[in-house]
Write a protein that binds this ligand. Structure first.
Ligand SMILES: [Zn+2]
Length: 90
């Protein structure tokens, strides 16, 4: 097994730190597009992002109650320096 594969299998949300604000984040991929996005490591009461393994999904409002305590927010939303993610254009 290649090293890269092993890393993927072990990853239960690869934790990292935001290079802009230093907050703990999880790099996760959208379940359909596979596009990686930074997700807050800490769950939030009004979050809408459910991380499952190395993928995340956006939970519709009607289903959020059943995932209480496990929902997070996209770090794009919460980062105070999010502009730096987007090529400097606010
Ligand atoms: Zn940040």
């Amino acid at each position: 097994m290649a090293l890269g594969e092993r890393h993927l299998l072990e990853a239960d949300g690869p934790e990292s730190k935001c290079s802009a604000c230093g907050a703990a984040i999880i790099w996760s991929k959208h379940e359909k597009t596979g596009k990686p996005n930074p997700i807050d490591a800490e769950p939030s009461d009004d979050g809408n992002v459910l991380v499952v393994g190395e993928r995340y999904t956006i939970v519709p409002a009607a289903e959020r109650a059943s995932h209480a305590g496990k929902l997070r927010k996209s770090h794009f939303v919460t980062c105070k320096d999010a502009a730096s993610f987007r090529g400097g254009k606010a």
